[in-house]
Write a protein that binds this ligand. Sequence first.
Ligand code: MIC
Ligand code: SF4
Length: 663
Amino acid sequence: MGLTLTEKILKKHLVDGTLVKGEEIGIRIDQTLTQDATGTMAYLEFESMGLDSVKTELSVAYIDHNTLQSGFMNADDHKFIQSAAEKFGLFFSKPGNGICHQVHLERFAVPGKTLIGSDSHTPTAGGMGMLAMGAGGLDVAVAMGGGAYYIAMPKVYKINLIGKLRPFVSAKDIILEVLRRLTVKGGVGAVMEYGGEGIKSLTVPERATITNMGAELGATTSIFPSDEITRDFLKAQNREHVFAFISADDDATYDKVIDINLSELTPMIACPHSPDNVVKVSELADRHIKVDQVCIGSCTNSSLTDLLKVAEILKGERVSDNVSLSISPGSRQVLAMLARDGGFEAILGAGARFLECACGPCIGMGFSPNSGGVSLRTFNRNFEGRSGTPDGQVYLVSPETAAAAALVGEITDPRRLPEILGKDNPEKRQLDSKLKVDIPKAFRVDDNMIINPKPLDERKDVETKKGPNIKGLPEAKIPGDFMKKEVILKVGDNITTDHIMPAGSKILPFRSNIPHLSQYCFEVCDADFPKRAKEKGGGIILGGINYGQGSSREHAALVPLYLGVSAVITKSFARIHRANLINAGILPLEFQREEDYEKISQGDEIEIFNLRNGIDSGSFTARVKPVDDSENDYEIMLKCELSKRQKDIIRAGGLLKYVGGRQ
Ligand code: MIC
Ligand code: SF4
C-alpha cells in the first residue's frame, strides 16, 4: 500500500513508537525556529538543561514579534536571545530582517525535513514540502537538545485541488474556503496534505499562505509536495542544492478527501471574530460596510508576489480618505525587491503607511483600529481583542480584497475593480492580466541581517545576558493523590490562547516576566480572574470544546501554573496547548460525558480521588460540591488519555524536571 507524503517523512524520522493513527510517536527534528515572544522562555529552558550546543542540523532564533521597543524590556530580551544564539550555536535573524516564517521559507526551509517552531504558524514551511509544526517553547528546547518531538500519529486528509484560480481570487481564498467547510476544529488530529492538478498553478509563497493558515484549522500541520515549482523557487533563492522531489505515492490512502474546485472559487472573507466565520465577499457587497483600516502583511500574505499584486491595484490610485492602509513586508528581501521593481513607489504613492518587516498589527503591536472600527487584514487571526481594540471588527481577506477595500473605502468584491477603477483610468480595465505576477528568476539574496553560528571553541566563554525583566520559570508541582479545588473560572467553547494570555504592545514586553504577565491572564473574559486565583490559592479552570486553540505560547500554561491552576477540565483541547499544559505539569482533564459541563458552575468545589491511579488508567472519579448549598453533591467521570511518556512527565512535575533541567 502506498504512503502519503506525511507518512513518508514521519517514517524517515521515527525514533519512538509505531506509525499507528492516534498513538504517540517521537520523531527526530532536523531544524528548529523560535521567535522573540516565545524565544526568551525557550532559551531559558534550554539553558537550564546544561547543554553547550544545539544538536539539530540547523536552529534559528528570529526577532520579529516584539520589535516595538518602548522601554528596555523587549531590547533586553533581544540581547538575551542573541547571546543565547551565540553561546549555543544558532543562526540569529536580527530585528528588521523579517517575519520568522517568511524568512525561514526564503532562506532555510528544506523539502522532506522536519521543523518545529515555538510559533503556531511554523507549518508555513509546509509550502515547500517540509513537515513543519508549531510547538511550545519547552518542546522546542528539548528538540534543540537533540530530543525527539512527540505527537499523536495524525490522520491524513487530502485536499484535492481541481482547476485553476480565476483573476482576483487567490491562495488566501482557498484556505478561507477550507476553513469555511472544516471550521477551526476541523483539522484536529490531522495533517492536511494538498494535491491534485490545481497545485501546479500555485507558487511556493501561495502554497505557504495555505499551509500557514492551516494552523487555524487546528491541524497538526499542512503540506504540499516538493516539485518543479519548489525547485524553481529554491533556485531563485540560490538554494537549489537543498532541493529534493517528494510526494505521496499514487496509491496512498487518506482518511478523508476534500475536493475544491479552484475555478469555481470566489473571493472569501472571515468575519469577526473567528477565522472560520467565512462567507463570500459578494454576499457582503450590498451592505456597504465602511472600512476604517486595511492592513496588508503578516506571515500569511506578505510575500513579494502578494505585494506586487497590491502595487498593481494601487498604482496611480488614491487610498480612500476614510481608510488608513498599512503595509508590513514579510522580509527585508521582499522590501528590497519591492523598492527595486517599482512596487514600493506605487504603494507609497497611493497613500499607504509602510511599517517594519515584522508581525506588527497582527499581534496588536501597534496599528490598533479606532473604537468599533472595521479593519480588513490579510492576516490569519481575528480573535476578539487581538488587534488591541476590544471592540475592533477585524475581517480576514486576500491582498486583492484588502487593496480593493483600501481604494473604495468599503468591503468590495475585488472582481469589480476593473469596472470601478476603469471609469477614470482606462488602463485598469485590463487589471486582471496585470495580476499574474510570476516568481522572479532570481531573488535578491542578502543575509546581512542573519548572524551565523560560530564553531564551539570560539563560543566557550560566551555568557548569556539577562536584563532585569527576565525572571525565572514557575515551578511545576508533583501531583499528590487527592485534589480538592474550586472552579475559579468557567469559560465556553473555542477559547483561544489569546483569551488565556493576551498579547498586544502593552503585555508582550513581559513575556519573560511571568509574575507581571499573570495580572492579564484571562483579562478578556474576566478581569478579576488573576486576583481571584491568588486569593483562592489556585484552583480549576472549566472550558468547552477546542480549549486553547490558536497561538503556541506556553505562557498560556505557565501563567495559570504560576497562579496555582492545577487542572483544566474541558470538553476537548487544542493540540499544542494540551501539550503545553502537560509540559507545565497541569492536568488536562476532559469530561467523559460532555453534559456534565452544563451542571458545574464557577465557585463549585471539585474533589478528585486516586489521582495517581487515574493518571495510570486515564479515568478519574470526581465529586462536585455545588457552591449553592441547596444543591446536592454529585459525582462526575473525567478522563485524561496520556502516553507512557506523558504520564511520566506529569508524575515528575513537568517536562523540564522530567528531562533533568534545573528550575
Ligand atoms: C500568534 O500569531 O498568535 C503568535 C503571536 O505568533 C503566537 C506566538 C506567541 O504567542 O508568541 C503563535 O502563533 O504561536
Ligand atoms: Fe507574527 Fe502574526 Fe504570523 Fe503570529 S500570525 S507569526 S504574530 S505575523
